[in-house]
Design a protein around this ligand. Structure first.
Ligand SMILES: *Cc1c(COP(=O)(O)O)cnc(C)c1O
Length: 388
């Protein structure tokens, strides 16, 4: 394939473009913290926690070492132990299920909704047993799961809800923001997330003061006072240098989230104008993400669906033209090798399995231009025009 010389590529994400706009400000903040030599937790992390609590609208925000550790800490704080069951979605990043299994607990999966990719509340009640200790919905791709019915089921069974909001900072649903719907919210500051640090980082949120106390205790070896361990926690601490970078970037987050949503609208319009969009998965067409009126999507990813036959060839076609895409996620959790012992089989969760075979994430980062999006859509049109 020859690449037309008048078009350049479009990466899936371009963090250098973001750095060009904020790098100086971030470096100044880092210099300030480096000069203070207060490098672990301390005033910088506390300031970030206060600013994030205000942004998210929660009573308590606790900075931690990663999104995975946020999940682990949340599960430990809720006393999830070996043999317990936690109900979650199979269509998510690995660590949602991995954190449950890490504690010796059993991830119990229920299928997703085809339009939002999020946990389907309909089969949820039937998955709850006498061993269930928590429900863990994921707000995938930046859109909040169907929390009203999920929380109704949780209330009826007296179960806590942990939100995996790693991809959804700033999203909302019925006036509540991600991380404030359940008992505990978990966020990630992995560099490619909508709010990303210069390395790993994460956050746990809660409105419950009992959980706030416990989460803070467990974050630092259960020490209270220092070197006196009340219970076994761990090192789940956030670095002050990460907090300094995140505090700068937090000031831009709302703008960036809106730019992503605007880019999503542009894709919808361009795909519709090119007569490429469809409401159902069918050859030669693209299904675009839905955005129900009752929630705000922050487009951590813009994930289209095409037929399973066309997905990988389309991805290769776009790669040949310098257009970056990714498959989130190719293997649903119930089919991961490490979970073979759970006894799930292909066919158990057909909606999640179809999503894994049909979905493709297009570039959606805030700095993307309309011209770049046009190139993406033209390339998709070119693929379908070859009759591939
Ligand atoms: C990124 C992510 C995590 C893990 O966060 P890390 O900071 O990478 O540990 C967990 N769940 C979901 C849905 C994620 O996207």
């Amino acid at each position: 394939m020859t690449v037309p010389s008048d078009t350049s590529g479009v990466p899936l994400i371009d963090l250098q473009a973001q750095w060009a706009t904020i790098g100086q400000e971030v470096l100044q903040a880092i210099e300030r913290v480096a000069a203070s030599q207060q490098l672990i937790l301390g005033p910088e992390v506390q300031a970030l926690e206060e600013e994030l609590a205000a942004f998210i609208g929660c009573s308590h925000a606790i900075g931690v070492s990663s999104g995975t550790d946020a999940l682990l800490l949340a599960l430990i704080a809720l006393d999830i132990q070996a043999g317990d069951e936690v109900v979650t979605t199979p269509f998510t990043f690995f660590s949602t299920g991995g954190s449950i299994a890490r504690l010796g607990a059993r991830p119990v999966f229920v299928d997703i909704q085809p339009d939002t990719f999020n946990l389907d509340p309909d089969p949820l009640a039937a998955a709850i047993t006498s061993r269930t200790r928590a429900i863990l919905p994921v707000h995938l791709f930046g859109q909040i799961a169907e929390m009203d019915p999920i929380q109704q089921i949780a209330r009826d069974r007296n179960l806590p809800v942990i939100e995996d909001a790693a991809q959804a900072i700033g999203a909302d649903y019925h006036g509540r923001s991600a991380g404030t719907c359940g008992d505990i919210g978990c966020f990630s500051f992995y560099p490619t997330k909508n709010l990303g640090g210069l390395g790993d980082g994460g956050l746990v949120t809660t409105d419950r003061s009992d959980l706030n106390e416990r989460l803070r205790l467990l974050r630092n070896h259960g020490f209270r006072p220092k070197y006196h361990a009340r219970e076994v926690g761990g090192n789940f601490r956030l670095d002050a240098l990460q907090a300094a970078a995140l505090r700068v970037k937090l000031q831009y987050l709302d703008r960036w989230n809106r730019a992503r949503a605007d880019n999503a609208d542009v894709y919808r319009r361009l795909l519709r104008d090119a007569q490429l969009s469809s409401d159902r998965v069918t050859p030669g067409k693209v299904v675009v993400p839905v955005e129900p009126a009752d929630r705000r999507h922050i487009y951590h990813q813009f994930v289209i669906r095409v037929t399973a036959d066309q997905r990988d060839p389309l991805r290769a076609w776009l790669a040949d033209r310098g257009i970056g895409t990714e498959i989130y996620y190719p293997v649903p959790l119930h089919l991961q090798e490490c979970f073979a012992g759970l006894g799930y089989r292909a066919g158990d969760f057909p909606v999640a399995e179809a999503a894994a075979a049909q979905s493709l994430a297009l570039p959606i980062y805030p700095e993307l231009t309309v011209a770049m999006q046009q190139r993406v859509v033209e390339a998709i049109a070119g693929f379908f025009a070859t009759g591939s």
